[in-house]
Design a protein around this ligand. Sequence first.
Ligand SMILES: Nc1ncnc2c1ncn2[C@@H]1O[C@H](COP(=O)(O)OP(=O)(O)O)[C@@H](O)[C@H]1O
Ligand SMILES: [Mg+2]
Length: 324
Amino acid sequence: MPLLEVDNLEIAIAMRGQLLPVVRGISFSVDEGETLGIVGESGCGKSLTSLAIMGLLDGTPVRITGGDIRFEGQDLRQLNRRERRAIMGSRMAMIFQEPMTSLNPVYRIGDQIVENLRQHQKISQKAARARAIELLELVRIPEPQQRVDSYPHQMSGGQRQRVMIAMALSCDPKLLIADEPTTALDVTVQKEVLDLMADLQERMGTAIVLISHDLGVIAETCDKVAVMYRGKIAEAAPTDDLFARLAHPYTRGLLNSIPVVDRDVEWLEAIPGRVPGIDEDIEGCAFHPRCPRAQDICRRNEPKQHRIGNEHTSHCHFAEEAAP
Ligand SMILES: Nc1ncnc2c1ncn2[C@@H]1O[C@H](COP(=O)(O)OP(=O)(O)O)[C@@H](O)[C@H]1O
Ligand SMILES: [Mg+2]
């Protein structure tokens, strides 16, 4: 049984008396200790997908309109608020792009970790503080004995993101969802944080869903990849299979958006145009207006799922040919 199973998930936003679909039936699973990367440009529905898994959509105009989310075999959509809260932050944790929005600026970071620990575990104040220092050390914050009493604004962006990771890992979760965890950081710090996550995963066996708009980041860290475009999974595969045989022009476009010099001139450009808004209707394949390979059939019919390999799928009419 997979640790996390998302089956045909559909999400819509209530707007002007209508429900506008944003996530249009996506399925994926994550095994224990595995890392899944979800990649796609901004606006594809990645964050709403992770918020839906974490049960953080209450009180927003966003609704889950179909599908199932199962965690350790439990149907998360059926849980009440109290049951959900027991899972979130302990069995399952999340880190966001901007740690300043999740860290409370008026409390010392150590107190925030202690608070989080004591919410989920029977642990004394003293033991929780010792554990907080241990966690800061684990995420490589220098001088954790002193830094435990720092306020968030006294730390750098990279350190704050480490504190968030420490907090997320404090209850030893089975699954960590990291939504653009390094996007706000500069490149060297980004690399350090990603290395740290990989290292912690190896040591603790945490499964990770890593969300990024950067296919390079995903490629370096993930066992398998789901490429998302406009609320659907355009292509999915184990990372090695994906790069051995790209089978969707969107994936190729994302790959070419990674700044590297050593490539065919033809593909040097990033993808032209932009992700369509949720109120725009597109007939046929949602990617066709931006696709260099689009034919008549792409403008008319929505592509079905093609199986390229055992675990490799693509929603492209020319999936077989797209693969070089
Ligand atoms: N609360 C909201 N109200 C209206 N539109 C929203 C809301 N949240 C997200 N959206 C829209 O839903 C789409 C998907 O958003 P999101 O999941 O944040 O994308 P991603 O994380 O891939 O950038 C975007 O077009 C976004 O503008
Ligand atoms: Mg997002």
